[in-house]
Ligand binder design. Structure first.
Ligand SMILES: [Zn+2]
Ligand SMILES: [Zn+2]
Length: 342
């Protein structure tokens, strides 16, 4: 079968090549991939800025059908539609695992970087990490369950209450998914903030989805939104990961506000407005990976917001993988989905 493979460490070294099909082993299932998203992490692996174990097939945001079931796997049938958590290799024995944080285990080797992933027709994964996709959730929507689970993990960490105001900074896929989820969860005023100079298409799509947007390249959002100590936002979702956007997030919050960090930086140290945060008595959360219950919450959420989530996707066939990567890198698309069976 064809697969998009990181063939060796270093810059680049990603190619579409023939690899052997995986076979089920005890406790594992083979999933035939319907669709697999291209994530910022895949671009980081391409440029050798994220740990991978080459040769390894990329792709970790996917959905598909079970086509082979290993020994000792119970409760699953051929043809079942699944999405699969990322915690392959979690040891089950370390302190983090024993506290229920398998998704943070330092031994985990996720498909798509640690073991072969889903930018291929078939992927081999541990059965215990699979979740059943509801019948009324399409493949296009289910393929975005992983980034939605990431966004939802962030919202759950700050315990969004109905009616609370939310500013989402950074209209990338995770930011937009966080905004759609926040709306569903009952957010009051909800504003998506981004720079029209670089993210015009993303802001336009947010508007089309009925979200209030603000172009931060043409105004000071703090002034434009009238944010103050007493009248600022209850919650900021920071999904850009840059010094300027983090500082903006702090200044948008009211006293006692909460911020959740979903955006990865570029590896360098980021200056932080400590006193501004101190004077507001802020709470800052970070969201990394996502745990079992959140995946179930995300799948359930997709039953309602699936049609909106699907609007984020642009489809590509597997042989067009490099075009898809380029489209993500240059923000021509929000989420590129590759369909290995097409
Ligand atoms: Zn991802
Ligand atoms: Zn562990």
């Amino acid at each position: 079968m064809l697969a998009v493979v990181k063939t060796a460490p270093g810059e680049g070294n990603v190619e579409l090549m023939e690899v052997s099909e995986p076979r089920a082993k005890p406790g594992w299932i083979v999933v035939e991939v319907a669709a697999c998203g291209v994530c910022g992490t895949d671009l980081h692996i391409l440029h050798d800025q994220y740990k991978s174990y080459p040769p390894v097939t990329l792709g970790h945001e996917y959905t598909g059908r079970i086509v082979e079931i290993g020994e000792r796997v119970e409760g699953w049938h051929l043809g079942d539609r699944v999405v699969v958590e990322q915690h392959a290799g979690a040891c089950g024995e370390c302190d983090l695992c024993r506290r229920g944080n398998h998704h943070l285990c330092t031994h985990k080797r996720p498909p798509g970087s640690g073991i072969n992933g889903a930018l291929a027709l078939r992927v081999l994964v541990p059965a215990y990490l699979a979740h059943r996709v509801p019948d009324d959730v399409t493949d296009r929507a289910a393929a975005m369950c992983e980034p939605l689970a990431i966004a939802l993990t962030g919202l759950e960490s700050i315990a969004l209450q109905p009616g609370e105001s939310v500013a989402v900074i950074g209209p990338g896929p995770v930011g937009l998914l966080a905004a759609l989820a926040a709306r569903y969860l009952g957010a009051g005023r909800l504003v998506v903030i981004g720079r029209a100079t670089t993210s015009r298409a993303r802001l336009e799509l947010a508007s089309e989805l009925g979200l209030e947007t603000l172009d931060s390249s043409s105004c000071d959002p703090v002034e434009a939104l009238g944010a103050s100590f007493t009248n600022g936002f209850d919650i900021v979702v920071e999904s850009a990961g840059a010094a300027a956007t983090i500082a903006l997030g702090v200044r948008l919050l009211r006293k006692g506000g909460r911020m959740v960090g979903l955006g990865m930086g570029d590896g360098r140290e980021i200056a932080f407005p400590w006193d501004e945060a101190m004077n507001r008595a802020l709470t800052l959360h970070f969201s990394l990976s996502s745990a079992y219950p959140t995946w179930d919450h995300a799948l359930h959420l997709l039953r309602t917001i699936g049609p909106q989530v699907e609007r984020l996707a642009t489809d590509f066939t597997l042989p067009r993988w490099s075009e898809a990567f380029e489209a993500v890198a240059t923000e021509q698309v929000i989420k590129a989905l590759l369909w290995p069976g097409l």
